[in-house]
Design a binder for this molecule. Structure first.
Ligand code: TYM
Length: 331
């Protein structure tokens, strides 16, 4: 039984990348492990949401977590800001984190490039907050998508550095986890290698998208003018569609379209139609559950209260021990 922690930022609806990179694993892992899954609302403040947007997005992710099968009786399901112990550990870790190593982080460099008008300190110290989220529960396994690999490496660095500095063997080394397999990266519909919510949704299919919306988005997905030489690498857009086909349509459909591609007689429109219908079949049950949960305010309140209580019990214990190790002792 491993100790498992992971989180998702509340920045709108969850997409298929979030599902396959993270949530699908949360649902499997909660059966046999001690799991803590949270909505990373402190993290989302780097984008300066309005209070109403922040609250609405937290609710959306909570409803979607539950609709995907996260069970608050099995896993601890909580909102990050309900756990101020995280903020305290973040402060402590920042004392031993170096500006140079934070500046070298790929996600920080990307933010500088993409939003030079808002390079705040929260972005620079994002990896220390993420490390605090993980090690506040002394987690060993962290189910995440491939894009989080470097953040996990930094979490290990900060955990080990604390152990070394205070000559203790307190924090275990957390590892990014995907059942012994490579971490996953679901590609986008716009030809980008990663499906993402930060581009107005043109690359992403959200779990909440209606069937019409899914058809529209898939039919608009980027392709090319057709196979030229089937032995040459496929264009990124077409490659992405084949990857999605493997996830949603299964082997038979994949082989069917692979062979049409090789023979040069593929019609991308047919592939897209099949893919769209299979995605709709996959996401429909989630949508029905979301609609039912969305108005059940009492239940959502019960879930978050229970999660906060369980998370604080775990984090409270860690923080008391850390304070003692550091030398914050009562007189
Ligand atoms: P976030 O909110 O960007 O994404 C949530 C989870 O979804 C995964 N993911 C993907 N996986 C595969 N293919 C994709 N296209 C794709 N897009 C997103 C992410 O890898 C992630 O697992 N920093 C984190 C949130 C966080 C966290 C943590 C995670 C805060 N503290 C502590 C683990 C542990 C983030 O921004 O994820």
């Amino acid at each position: 039984m491993a100790l498992v922690v992971s989180g998702i930022r509340p920045t709108g609806n969850l997409h298929l990348g979030n599902y396959f990179g993270a949530i699908r694993n949360f649902v499997k892992m909660q059966e046999e492990n001690n799991c803590f899954f949270f909505i990373a609302d402190y993290h989302s403040l780097t984008t300066h949401p309005t209070p109403a947007d922040l609250h609405g997005n937290v609710k959306t992710v909570l409803v979607e977590f539950l609709a995907c099968g996260l069970n608050p009786e099995k896993a601890t399901l909580y909102i990050q800001s309900d756990l101020p112990e995280t903020a305290e550990l973040y402060l402590l870790l920042n004392m031993n984190a170096y500006i140079g190593e934070l500046e070298r982080c790929t996600s920080f460099k990307e933010k500088i490039r993409n939003q030079p008008q808002n390079v705040n300190v929260g972005l620079l110290t994002y990896p220390t907050l993420m490390a605090a989220d993980i090690i506040i529960h002394k987690a060993q396994q962290v189910p995440v998508g491939k894009d989080q690999e470097q953040h996990l490496e930094m979490a290990r660095t900060f955990a080990n550095r604390f152990n070394r500095l205070y000559k203790v063997n307190f924090f275990p080394e957390p590892v990014a986890y995907n059942f012994g397999e490579e971490l996953i990266k679901i590609p986008g519909l716009d030809g980008s290698p990663k499906m993402s919510k930060s581009d107005n949704g043109s690359s992403a299919i959200f779990l909440a998208d209606s069937p019409e919306m899914i058809r529209k988005k898939v039919m608009r997905a980027v392709t090319d003018s057709g196979p030229v030489d089937p032995d040459q690498p496929r264009s990124q857009g077409v490659e992405n569609l084949f990857t999605l086909l493997a996830y949603f349509s299964g082997n038979e459909a994949l082989e069917h379209f692979e062979s049409l591609y090789r023979s040069g007689s593929i019609r991308y429109g047919d592939l897209k139609k099949q893919l769209a219908e299979d995605i709709i079949r996959f996401t429909s049950p989630f949508r029905e559950k979301m609609a039912a949960l969305d108005s059940d305010h009492e239940y959502l309140k019960k879930v978050t209260n229970l999660g906060a209580e369980k998370a604080r019990e775990s984090a409270g214990k860690t923080i008391r021990e850390i304070r003692d190790i550091i030398g914050f002792k009562p007189f």
